[in-house]
Design a protein around this ligand. Structure first.
Ligand code: IPE
Ligand code: IPE
Ligand code: MG
Length: 235
Protein backbone atom coordinates (compact mmCIF):
# COMPACT_ATOMS: atom_id res chain seq x y z
CA UNK A 1 0.00 0.00 0.00
CA UNK A 2 1.49 3.36 -0.96
CA UNK A 3 1.03 6.12 1.57
CA UNK A 4 -0.70 9.37 0.69
CA UNK A 5 1.61 12.32 1.39
CA UNK A 6 0.32 14.72 4.00
CA UNK A 7 1.59 17.81 2.20
CA UNK A 8 1.66 18.90 -1.41
CA UNK A 9 0.39 21.24 -4.10
CA UNK A 10 -3.24 21.11 -3.10
CA UNK A 11 -2.65 22.74 0.27
CA UNK A 12 -1.86 19.31 1.60
CA UNK A 13 -5.41 18.05 1.24
CA UNK A 14 -6.36 14.86 -0.47
CA UNK A 15 -9.38 14.91 -2.76
CA UNK A 16 -12.81 14.62 -1.26
CA UNK A 17 -14.62 13.68 -4.44
CA UNK A 18 -13.10 11.39 -7.08
CA UNK A 19 -14.90 10.26 -10.22
CA UNK A 20 -13.80 7.41 -12.46
CA UNK A 21 -14.50 6.62 -16.10
CA UNK A 22 -14.18 2.86 -15.87
CA UNK A 23 -13.01 2.05 -19.39
CA UNK A 24 -11.22 -0.88 -21.03
CA UNK A 25 -13.25 -3.97 -20.11
CA UNK A 26 -13.63 -4.95 -23.76
CA UNK A 27 -9.93 -4.59 -24.52
CA UNK A 28 -9.03 -6.52 -21.38
CA UNK A 29 -11.13 -9.44 -22.64
CA UNK A 30 -9.98 -9.16 -26.27
CA UNK A 31 -6.34 -9.37 -25.25
CA UNK A 32 -7.12 -12.68 -23.59
CA UNK A 33 -9.32 -13.94 -26.44
CA UNK A 34 -12.27 -13.97 -24.03
CA UNK A 35 -15.84 -12.76 -24.59
CA UNK A 36 -16.42 -9.08 -23.74
CA UNK A 37 -18.83 -10.00 -20.98
CA UNK A 38 -15.96 -11.62 -19.06
CA UNK A 39 -14.20 -8.28 -19.18
CA UNK A 40 -17.29 -6.68 -17.71
CA UNK A 41 -17.43 -9.38 -15.01
CA UNK A 42 -13.84 -8.67 -14.05
CA UNK A 43 -14.72 -4.98 -14.20
CA UNK A 44 -17.27 -5.54 -11.43
CA UNK A 45 -14.52 -7.03 -9.27
CA UNK A 46 -12.48 -3.88 -9.88
CA UNK A 47 -15.49 -1.81 -8.76
CA UNK A 48 -15.64 -3.83 -5.54
CA UNK A 49 -11.91 -3.32 -4.86
CA UNK A 50 -12.13 0.36 -5.70
CA UNK A 51 -15.10 1.09 -3.44
CA UNK A 52 -13.32 -0.61 -0.53
CA UNK A 53 -10.12 1.29 -1.29
CA UNK A 54 -11.91 4.63 -1.64
CA UNK A 55 -13.56 4.25 1.75
CA UNK A 56 -10.27 3.13 3.31
CA UNK A 57 -8.39 6.05 1.73
CA UNK A 58 -10.89 8.46 3.25
CA UNK A 59 -12.80 9.82 0.25
CA UNK A 60 -16.12 11.52 0.96
CA UNK A 61 -17.50 10.73 -2.47
CA UNK A 62 -16.68 8.27 -5.23
CA UNK A 63 -18.56 8.60 -8.51
CA UNK A 64 -18.38 5.78 -11.05
CA UNK A 65 -19.41 5.97 -14.72
CA UNK A 66 -21.10 2.65 -15.30
CA UNK A 67 -23.43 3.24 -18.27
CA UNK A 68 -23.63 6.26 -20.53
CA UNK A 69 -26.57 7.63 -22.49
CA UNK A 70 -24.60 6.51 -25.57
CA UNK A 71 -23.96 2.94 -24.36
CA UNK A 72 -27.43 1.93 -25.60
CA UNK A 73 -25.77 1.87 -29.03
CA UNK A 74 -24.03 -1.36 -28.10
CA UNK A 75 -25.41 -4.73 -29.19
CA UNK A 76 -28.51 -5.80 -27.28
CA UNK A 77 -26.82 -8.80 -25.69
CA UNK A 78 -23.99 -6.65 -24.28
CA UNK A 79 -26.46 -4.13 -22.85
CA UNK A 80 -28.44 -6.99 -21.30
CA UNK A 81 -25.25 -8.47 -19.81
CA UNK A 82 -24.30 -5.08 -18.29
CA UNK A 83 -27.79 -4.70 -16.77
CA UNK A 84 -27.58 -8.22 -15.35
CA UNK A 85 -24.17 -7.53 -13.81
CA UNK A 86 -25.40 -4.26 -12.32
CA UNK A 87 -28.39 -5.93 -10.70
CA UNK A 88 -26.29 -8.82 -9.39
CA UNK A 89 -23.60 -6.49 -8.05
CA UNK A 90 -26.07 -4.37 -6.07
CA UNK A 91 -27.73 -7.48 -4.68
CA UNK A 92 -24.50 -9.18 -3.60
CA UNK A 93 -22.67 -6.12 -2.28
CA UNK A 94 -25.43 -4.01 -0.77
CA UNK A 95 -25.07 -5.40 2.75
CA UNK A 96 -21.32 -4.74 2.82
CA UNK A 97 -21.89 -1.15 1.72
CA UNK A 98 -24.65 -0.72 4.25
CA UNK A 99 -22.49 -2.12 7.06
CA UNK A 100 -19.64 0.20 6.13
CA UNK A 101 -21.80 3.31 6.27
CA UNK A 102 -21.72 3.86 2.50
CA UNK A 103 -24.67 5.69 0.94
CA UNK A 104 -25.61 4.65 -2.56
CA UNK A 105 -26.63 7.36 -4.98
CA UNK A 106 -27.52 7.09 -8.65
CA UNK A 107 -27.18 9.86 -11.23
CA UNK A 108 -28.59 9.83 -14.73
CA UNK A 109 -32.02 8.97 -16.05
CA UNK A 110 -32.87 5.53 -14.72
CA UNK A 111 -36.49 5.73 -15.90
CA UNK A 112 -35.30 4.01 -19.08
CA UNK A 113 -34.33 0.85 -17.18
CA UNK A 114 -36.38 -2.31 -16.74
CA UNK A 115 -38.68 -2.36 -13.67
CA UNK A 116 -36.66 -5.09 -11.91
CA UNK A 117 -33.47 -3.00 -12.16
CA UNK A 118 -35.28 0.14 -10.96
CA UNK A 119 -36.64 -1.82 -7.99
CA UNK A 120 -33.17 -3.06 -7.01
CA UNK A 121 -31.74 0.47 -7.27
CA UNK A 122 -34.61 1.97 -5.24
CA UNK A 123 -34.19 -0.68 -2.55
CA UNK A 124 -30.43 -0.06 -2.35
CA UNK A 125 -30.97 3.70 -2.09
CA UNK A 126 -33.54 3.27 0.67
CA UNK A 127 -31.40 0.71 2.54
CA UNK A 128 -28.40 3.08 2.67
CA UNK A 129 -30.23 6.43 2.84
CA UNK A 130 -29.42 7.06 6.51
CA UNK A 131 -25.71 6.25 6.12
CA UNK A 132 -23.29 9.06 6.74
CA UNK A 133 -20.04 7.60 5.39
CA UNK A 134 -18.74 7.77 1.83
CA UNK A 135 -21.27 8.46 -0.90
CA UNK A 136 -20.88 6.00 -3.75
CA UNK A 137 -22.55 7.43 -6.82
CA UNK A 138 -23.17 5.25 -9.83
CA UNK A 139 -23.81 7.02 -13.12
CA UNK A 140 -26.43 5.04 -15.03
CA UNK A 141 -27.90 6.12 -18.34
CA UNK A 142 -25.93 9.24 -17.52
CA UNK A 143 -24.76 11.89 -19.97
CA UNK A 144 -23.56 15.37 -19.09
CA UNK A 145 -25.48 16.98 -21.91
CA UNK A 146 -28.69 15.33 -20.74
CA UNK A 147 -27.94 16.32 -17.13
CA UNK A 148 -27.25 19.96 -18.01
CA UNK A 149 -30.37 20.16 -20.20
CA UNK A 150 -32.49 18.70 -17.37
CA UNK A 151 -30.91 21.08 -14.85
CA UNK A 152 -31.48 24.11 -17.09
CA UNK A 153 -35.13 23.14 -17.57
CA UNK A 154 -35.59 22.77 -13.81
CA UNK A 155 -33.84 26.07 -13.15
CA UNK A 156 -35.96 27.86 -15.77
CA UNK A 157 -39.14 26.49 -14.21
CA UNK A 158 -38.15 28.13 -10.92
CA UNK A 159 -36.84 31.45 -12.20
CA UNK A 160 -33.65 32.90 -13.63
CA UNK A 161 -31.14 30.69 -15.42
CA UNK A 162 -27.77 31.43 -13.84
CA UNK A 163 -24.62 29.42 -13.20
CA UNK A 164 -25.73 28.91 -9.61
CA UNK A 165 -29.34 28.02 -10.43
CA UNK A 166 -28.21 25.40 -12.96
CA UNK A 167 -25.57 24.03 -10.58
CA UNK A 168 -28.21 23.65 -7.89
CA UNK A 169 -30.26 21.39 -10.17
CA UNK A 170 -27.44 19.10 -11.31
CA UNK A 171 -27.66 15.44 -10.30
CA UNK A 172 -24.52 15.98 -8.21
CA UNK A 173 -25.75 19.11 -6.39
CA UNK A 174 -25.59 17.41 -2.98
CA UNK A 175 -22.03 16.06 -3.46
CA UNK A 176 -18.77 17.82 -2.61
CA UNK A 177 -17.17 19.63 -5.57
CA UNK A 178 -15.45 17.27 -7.98
CA UNK A 179 -11.71 17.21 -7.29
CA UNK A 180 -10.32 14.50 -9.55
CA UNK A 181 -11.44 12.56 -12.62
CA UNK A 182 -9.61 9.35 -13.46
CA UNK A 183 -10.05 7.56 -16.77
CA UNK A 184 -8.60 4.13 -17.34
CA UNK A 185 -7.75 2.41 -20.65
CA UNK A 186 -5.56 5.15 -22.11
CA UNK A 187 -8.35 7.06 -23.87
CA UNK A 188 -8.05 10.80 -23.29
CA UNK A 189 -11.62 12.09 -23.41
CA UNK A 190 -14.59 12.67 -21.11
CA UNK A 191 -17.19 10.80 -23.20
CA UNK A 192 -20.01 13.00 -21.87
CA UNK A 193 -19.12 12.50 -18.18
CA UNK A 194 -19.42 15.30 -15.58
CA UNK A 195 -18.50 18.03 -18.07
CA UNK A 196 -19.91 20.84 -15.96
CA UNK A 197 -18.39 19.50 -12.73
CA UNK A 198 -15.03 18.97 -14.46
CA UNK A 199 -14.55 22.71 -15.13
CA UNK A 200 -11.75 22.88 -12.54
CA UNK A 201 -11.27 19.23 -11.62
CA UNK A 202 -7.86 17.64 -11.97
CA UNK A 203 -7.70 14.88 -14.57
CA UNK A 204 -5.68 11.72 -14.72
CA UNK A 205 -5.61 9.39 -17.69
CA UNK A 206 -4.14 6.00 -16.89
CA UNK A 207 -2.98 3.26 -19.25
CA UNK A 208 -4.32 0.52 -17.00
CA UNK A 209 -7.44 -1.30 -18.23
CA UNK A 210 -10.36 -1.11 -15.81
CA UNK A 211 -10.41 -4.82 -14.79
CA UNK A 212 -6.79 -4.42 -13.62
CA UNK A 213 -7.51 -1.31 -11.50
CA UNK A 214 -7.28 -1.57 -7.73
CA UNK A 215 -6.30 -0.04 -4.41
CA UNK A 216 -2.76 0.92 -5.37
CA UNK A 217 -3.85 2.71 -8.56
CA UNK A 218 -6.32 4.77 -6.55
CA UNK A 219 -3.79 5.49 -3.82
CA UNK A 220 -1.23 6.60 -6.44
CA UNK A 221 -3.85 8.77 -8.19
CA UNK A 222 -4.62 10.48 -4.88
CA UNK A 223 -0.92 11.01 -4.28
CA UNK A 224 -0.60 12.56 -7.76
CA UNK A 225 -3.58 14.83 -7.01
CA UNK A 226 -1.95 16.00 -3.80
CA UNK A 227 1.21 16.90 -5.76
CA UNK A 228 -0.73 19.14 -8.14
CA UNK A 229 -1.41 22.80 -7.63
CA UNK A 230 -4.97 23.96 -8.24
CA UNK A 231 -5.41 27.62 -9.08
CA UNK A 232 -9.06 28.08 -10.10
CA UNK A 233 -8.01 30.95 -12.34
CA UNK A 234 -6.26 32.85 -9.57
CA UNK A 235 -2.53 33.20 -9.03
C1 IPE B 1 -16.10 0.06 -20.08
O1 IPE B 1 -15.44 -0.85 -20.89
C2 IPE B 1 -17.43 -0.45 -19.62
C3 IPE B 1 -18.59 0.29 -20.14
C4 IPE B 1 -18.56 1.27 -21.00
C5 IPE B 1 -19.88 -0.13 -19.64
P1 IPE B 1 -15.68 -0.94 -22.44
O2 IPE B 1 -16.72 -1.97 -22.71
O3 IPE B 1 -15.96 0.39 -23.02
O4 IPE B 1 -14.27 -1.47 -22.93
P2 IPE B 1 -13.46 -1.05 -24.22
O5 IPE B 1 -13.38 0.44 -24.23
O6 IPE B 1 -14.23 -1.58 -25.40
O7 IPE B 1 -12.14 -1.71 -24.05
C1 IPE C 1 -17.37 5.72 -21.30
O1 IPE C 1 -16.75 4.68 -21.94
C2 IPE C 1 -18.62 5.21 -20.60
C3 IPE C 1 -18.38 4.37 -19.44
C4 IPE C 1 -17.21 4.06 -18.93
C5 IPE C 1 -19.58 3.89 -18.80
P1 IPE C 1 -17.06 4.36 -23.48
O2 IPE C 1 -16.22 3.18 -23.81
O3 IPE C 1 -18.51 4.22 -23.71
O4 IPE C 1 -16.55 5.68 -24.22
P2 IPE C 1 -16.05 5.90 -25.70
O5 IPE C 1 -17.10 5.34 -26.62
O6 IPE C 1 -14.76 5.17 -25.85
O7 IPE C 1 -15.87 7.38 -25.82
MG1 MG D 1 -14.79 1.86 -23.82
Amino acid sequence: MSAVPATGGDNGHGPRHVAIIMDGNGRWARRRHLPRVLGHQRGVEAVRRTVRAAAELGLSALTLYAFSTENWRRPEDEVAALMGLLKHFIQTDLEEFARNGIRLKVIGDTSAFAPDIIAVIDHARARTAANTGMVMTVALNYGSRDEIARAARAAAAKGAITVDSIAAELDTADLPPLDLIIRTSGEVRLSNFLMWQAAYAEMLFLDVLWPDFGHDHLAEAIAEYVRRERRFGGR
